[in-house]
Design a protein around this ligand. Structure first.
Ligand SMILES: Nc1ncnc2c1ncn2[C@@H]1O[C@H](COP(=O)(O)OP(=O)(O)OP(=O)(O)O)[C@@H](O)[C@H]1O
Length: 501
């Protein structure tokens, strides 16, 4: 039994068992016949047989003694091999066996993976021990070999599964999902990811376009991570939140004593981003004046801190995002054409969810996992509920889908939500969203006429609308403002005026 502990080198273990059978019991030239890859049966393990004898030991089902045992699964004892027409003597020729009477025992090996097998050996007829004793021992050995074969098959299966898992893991690691947190496998998304990876190492600016909530910022971060600048700073500028009067200070920095109150030197954002990436999120929100300052600094690749005469070289990769058609904005003189042409060298357009519905189930699973973990819940959706979500329109794109699922995880009292539950939850959600979206469209119509300067009264949105927008955007004022079609400053003003806390 110590043999079995030697590990799963079956060649060694079974050969040793056959060796012991021969040495201790005189059951000679033992062999184990198993199916081969061609669907025949062949000697797989043997002791006391030459390689040529092993190679000859190939049997069809029902052929000779071995083939008969393989077919009928019944022990056969050939008392005298010279006297049994069924005995083929295929592997070992008679001349190589002792002159005296030789018996041949063939015993089936118990079921492993539905495969038939046998163990067979020669036995000199006239021995002291009873044949019945030898048969009992062979039965034990047969059952042991059967267990070893089963164990080997199980280990191989597990190895295969592990190898498969390993392949999947490597694929997953190589996939953008793991690397950058971008979920989805639709052709439209993969195309955008491959465009991103192609340009990741170029120093050229990248303009990421797409509707609000399609993942532009996520892509910008992914671009940085995919580039050789990944170890360097990534600075995100929310263009909607830039205040005109403090722009120079924030962006170029200042020297100590540059103006009253400049007690310490301050490094501006452009300098902070040096050697890294700077993201101008919603760049269309920048005023023309600021656009001008920016393009001058970018083109000069240097800045002047306020209060200093020397220029500081900066090496930054510029990435900008926009929900707008910047070309149209340049035609309408709402966006500087030099900045547009500078940014538009590599435009990457992110697809809307409506053009990649096949990503929705993956996103649902991803967000459910994320929110279940975050809120310590275990909410899941039935397949019809996921299908229902896939069929919906998501005007707020992935951000809306993600906030809907977070609310669902938080509010749900059931563990498994069916289509009907989702329908009810979604109804309330989209009514609020559509109301906001409609108001925004009305305002955008006014904006598209450049001669009309949109006047947004503080009463342009009800308290409820603002609250809803804040709720959908999880309190993020800048995104809520974007959704409502007003600027960051405008939403802050309204929040104050309407006493929204
Ligand atoms: N493919 C994606 N996989 C996983 N999460 C995503 C994906 N795309 C977007 N998200 C998530 O959706 C939310 C919105 O994405 P993001 O802020 O990047 O959108 P955006 O296009 O920059 O929006 P906006 O124009 O309003 O600034 C984020 O929480 C982001 O992580």
């Amino acid at each position: 039994m110590a043999l079995v502990g030697r590990g799963l080198e079956l060649d060694v273990v079974i050969r040793e068992i056959l060796h012991l059978l021969s040495e201790l019991l005189g059951l000679n030239r033992g062999r184990v016949v198993l199916p081969d890859e061609k669907g025949r049966f062949a000697i797989r393990y043997a002791y006391g047989l030459t390689p040529e004898e092993i190679a000859r030991g190939v049997y069809e089902l029902g052929e000779g003694v071995t083939g008969t045992v393989l077919r009928n699964r019944q022990l056969i004892v050939v008392q005298d091999i010279d006297d049994d027409p069924l005995f083929l003597g295929r592997a070992v020729s008679r001349a190589h066996l002792p002159q005296e009477k030789v018996a041949f025992i063939v015993m089936p090996i118990g079921g492993f993976r539905n495969e038939a097998g046998v163990i067979a050996c020669h036995r000199l007829r006239h021995r002291n021990r009873e044949l019945a004793d030898d048969i009992t021992i062979l039965q034990i050995v047969s059952s042991l070999i059967s267990q070893l074969l089963q164990l080997k098959a199980a280990v191989e299966e597990q190895n295969q599964a592990l190898q498969q898992q390993n392949v999947l893991l490597v694929q997953a690691l190589e996939s953008a999902t793991i690397r950058y947190g971008i979920v989805g496998h639709s052709p439209a998304l993969l195309q955008a990811i491959s465009a991103l990876e192609r340009v990741s190492d170029s120093p050229s600016p990248v303009l990421i376009l797409g509707r609000s909530g399609t993942g532009k910022e996520l892509f910008a971060r992914a671009l940085h991570l995919a580039s050789s600048r990944r170890e360097h700073p990534f600075i995100k500028i929310n263009c909607a939140a830039i205040v005109q009067s403090t722009f120079d200070m924030e962006f170029f920095g200042y020297e100590r004593g540059a103006f009253q109150g400049a007690r310490e030197k301050h490094i501006g954002l452009l300098e902070q981003a040096n050697t890294g990436t700077i993201l101008f999120d919603n760049i269309d929100e920048l005023s023309l004046n600021i656009q001008g300052k920016l393009i001058r600094s970018i083109e000069a690749a240097s800045i002047n801190r306020i209060g200093s005469r020397s220029r500081i070289p900066i090496n930054i990769r510029v990435v900008a995002t926009s929900t707008q058609d910047l070309q149209r904005l340049t035609e309408e003189k709402a966006f500087r054409y030099d900045l547009f042409y500078h940014l538009n060298i590599i435009p990457v357009r992110l697809p809307s969810l409506v053009h990649r519905k096949e990503d929705i189930p993956l996103l649902v699973e991803y967000f459910l996992n994320q929110f279940n973990q975050r809120h310590d819940r275990s909410i899941s959706l039935s397949p019809d509920a996921v299908h229902y979500l896939t069929e919906q329109n998501w005007p707020g794109e992935i951000r809306q889908l993600s906030s809907f699922l977070e609310r669902t995880v938080l509010l749900s009292t059931k563990c498994i939500l069916k289509m009907r539950d989702i329908h009810l939850l979604l109804k309330g959600d989209s009514e609020a969203f559509l109301q906001i979206d409609q108001n925004r469209n009305e305002r955008q119509e006014v904006r598209s006429n450049p001669s009309i300067r949109p006047y947004e009264s503080v009463l342009s949105h009800s308290k409820e609308e603002i609250l809803n927008a804040l709720k959908i955007n999880r309190g993020n004022k800048s995104r809520a403002a974007k959704m409502l079609g007003i600027t960051y400053r405008q939403i802050c003003y309204r929040i104050k005026k309407l006493s929204i806390s």
